[in-house]
Design a protein around this ligand. Sequence first.
Ligand SMILES: NC(=O)c1ccc[n+]([C@@H]2O[C@H](COP(=O)([O-])OP(=O)(O)OC[C@H]3O[C@@H](n4cnc5c(N)ncnc54)[C@H](O)[C@@H]3O)[C@@H](O)[C@H]2O)c1
Length: 268
Amino acid sequence: MRDILGYAGKTVVVSGAATGMGAAAARVLIDLGAEVHALDVAPIDAPVKQAIAVDLRDAASIDAAVARLPARVHVHFNCAGLPGPPWTALDTTLVNFVGLRHLTESVLPRIPQGGAVASITSVAGMGWQKNLDAVKGLCGTPGFAAGKAWLEANADKNNGYLFSKQCIVWYTKARAVELVARKIRMNCLSPAPTDTPMLPAFHEQAGQEFLEKHFLAPIGRNATPEEMAEPLVLLGSDAARFVSGVNLFVDYGYVASTEIGARPSLLG
Ligand SMILES: NC(=O)c1ccc[n+]([C@@H]2O[C@H](COP(=O)([O-])OP(=O)(O)OC[C@H]3O[C@@H](n4cnc5c(N)ncnc54)[C@H](O)[C@@H]3O)[C@@H](O)[C@H]2O)c1
């Protein structure tokens, strides 16, 4: 049988592998024969090659974690994230974007030609085109310290979750274009509401009824973590070798329903 995903014997990194989609991705990748190096602030149960503690709010912690990774990483997956409250907007955007970017840029020199990066953003990042000044403001900062300083100086532009997810979309597209020269692909995935430990925080913030009315996938249920992990794994795989710069909505037709006007678009 031909292995079109091509993970057997590959070295991969998964951030946010303790729970939810990251944990599901780590397990799928192990099943596919990859050597998984997992990063999280929380304990990791999946039977990975190496579990490394990291706090994505802290550049020194990220640097220490990266120092423990192998010299060659074929595919890097960003799954870690915070939902916003009870965390501050600063912490949320540090983890979801500034830390994600620092980790990714630190791993990129170890990724060979043909490798890939795939990050989880969110349907909540949909409005990035309407917020370009702020998005380009943070994305234009040269690194972790400058990103953090920008957030501290522009607290009015950082609403936490939505802004951080918009920045992931921009960063993915901008870097995908630059990384063509190195033949490295970069993509992101926008999940619809998914049953993970994060979901209750969204219900708490926006109200479960409101969220389900406006954002539940048209199929009428939340996704499972595996229903996000598997398309994410696909984006990093050889089967997606001509796919780069894409923000893949995994929403069972949610965005399509807003695009054809069957449902109001509250974010786009
Ligand atoms: N669940 C949903 O409905 C939903 C919808 C859209 C997007 N997302 C996104 O999916 C991704 C995965 O989230 P999930 O739903 O699996 O939730 P989750 O809470 O199960 O997973 C998030 C992981 O990030 C880790 N993390 C949190 N803070 C960290 C830090 N400071 N340093 C390192 N790791 C840290 C957590 O420990 C956890 O393992 C996130 O980026 C999230 O924003 C989730």
